[in-house]
Design a protein around this ligand. Structure first.
Ligand code: PLP
Length: 455
């Protein structure tokens, strides 16, 4: 499989090189040059790791099958549920519980694998890697747990000061391995992400330190997430189309669903946002204009500039890289993208959408608890509320449950008056002190702070 950039100036990249490159060197994102078609019958009855192997080997064909199998098995052995990502029925829908990995959010599904892929490629090439990551909370946590203690790899995480949940902050800052560094940036997630993009665009700096990306600009993350769309569908034992409702921030998770659909999976995609609703405004009315980021109960979705959206645009524009370049320039200069009517029509056929404000989030948490005695987290709540409001058939709808509710106890207790019971690993963390390295969002300051931790 070859990878090409959405901006047209990078092509013929192998899987391993795509993993190492992160963002394409022309500023675009890497996408596969074609979508392999998957025979659903061949996956029936397979466990999660075996399903993952069948799908991932189509994309990672430059890693010998035995090695790839071993990497995948090891990556999912860290999940506490025997089904890895179990499907649970509640009255409103099915929930795909993606939070049984080490940090209790769905990002572990991709980052456990990516950490092991990095380690494998570094060993083979005899190189060192310095990862930098921007996080709205869960990516940084999951990335740290994906690479902590690994040889020849460091990770530095930038997160918005005061805008991640206390549990997320402790999960990141309490890791004491020498190769892990964290900074609380005075700014928003978009500021953190823009800093990381600036460092990756500085090709001299990028090559000098061999920078690696764990944000969902890295193709391997999207790839790993494609797997659970197939796995979830096959658990249902149906031939019908199924709705997949996806709580969305950076458009990474739902883009994986789009890829699964291109690979032959019969699903309809429903995008759920919180009050940071640029993607909902776009799908429902073609309005893609940036607004300020509003803090909500679901901080991992407090995003305006959804990086992975560019991957979707490339396909929406019929692989026209000139048009991708034009609209990305428009977004940078004018804070908006203008679309043609036929494009907006196509988007409406591809996705349904809904934006859940904080009240709707609380209503969904309370409703699910009342009906099922089951507690959902505030991100999953955006998805469940979308399923409710759009009248999706509970028997044919899967909402992706992206985090364990105990990661976001404030939102849950304001909806229910009781806090979710934290798993033992999270309870232990609450006894620890947060050690916070606050830093201003100035590029020079951040750059020199980063260099101190690099190998
Ligand atoms: C990251 C995250 C999301 C959003 O996923 P994207 O891939 O950025 O769209 C939703 N819920 C939780 C809990 C997350 O951590």
């Amino acid at each position: 499989m070859n990878y090409i950039s959405t901006r047209g100036k990078v092509a013929n990249i192998s899987f391993k090189d795509a993993v190492m490159m992160g963002m394409a060197e022309d500023g675009g994102l890497l996408v596969p040059s074609s979508f392999p078609q998957i025979d659903l019958a061949s996956l029936k009855g397979k466990n999660y790791a075996d399903t993952a192997f069948e799908i991932i080997q189509c994309f990672a064909d430059d890693i010998p099958a035995d090695d790839l199998k071993e990497i995948i098995d090891r990556s999912y052995a860290t999940f506490s549920d025997p089904k890895t990502v179990p499907l649970v029925k509640i009255k409103e829908c099915y929930l795909l519980e993606l939070f049984h990995g080490p940090t209790f959010a769905f990002k572990d599904v991709a980052l456990q694998l990516l950490g092991n892929l990095f380690e494998y490629i570094m060993k083979e090439r005899g190189e060192k890697l310095n990862i930098i990551a921007a996080t709205s909370g869960d990516t940084g946590t999951a990335a740290i747990h994906g690479v902590r203690g690994k040889d020849n790899i460091t990770i530095t995480v930038l997160y918005p000061n005061g805008r991640v949940s206390p549990v997320q902050e402790i999960q990141m800052t309490s890791v004491t391995d020498d190769n892990v560094h964290t900074f609380a940036v005075n700014g928003t997630f978009d500021d953190c992400q823009s800093l990381v993009k600036t460092f990756f665009s500085d090709l001299e700096f990028k090559r000098k330190y061999n920078l690696g990306a764990v944000n969902s600009i890295n193709w391997a993350r999207v790839m790993a997430q494609i797997v659970y769309y197939f796995y979830a569908y096959l658990q249902l034992d149906t031939d019908e189309r199924v709705n997949m409702v996806v709580p969305t921030g950076n458009f990474g998770n739902i883009f994986a669903g789009y890829c699964a659909k291109q690979m032959g999976l019969p699903i309809d995609l429903v995008l759920a946002t919180n009050s940071n609703d640029i993607l909902h405004r776009f799908i429902s009315g073609g309005d893609y204009s940036l607004q300020d980021v509003k803090p909500t109960y679901s901080p991992s979705m407090d995003i305006q500039i959804a990086s992975n959206f560019e991957r979707y645009l490339y396909f929406l524009f019929g692989l026209d890289t000139d048009r991708v370049n034009d609209v990305m320039t428009e977004l940078k200069e004018d804070g908006k993208i203008s679309f043609y009517d036929d494009e907006i029509e196509e988007v409406k056929e591809e996705f349904k959408s809904f934006a859940a404000n904080n009240i709707a989030i609380k209503i969904a948490i309370a409703g699910v608890y009342k009906n099922n005695n089951y507690i959902i987290d505030p991100h999953t709540a955006c998805g469940v509320e979308a399923a409710n409001v759009l009248w999706l058939d509970p028997e044919e709808t899967i909402v992706l449950a992206t985090a364990h509710p105990a990661k976001f106890p404030e939102a849950v207790s304001s909806a229910l008056g009781v806090e979710p019971t934290a798993p033992e690993e999270l309870q232990k963390l609450q006894e620890l002190e947060i050690s916070r390295n606050v830093i201003d969002k100035d590029i020079k300051t951040v750059k020199s702070a980063l260099e101190k931790g690099f190998i």
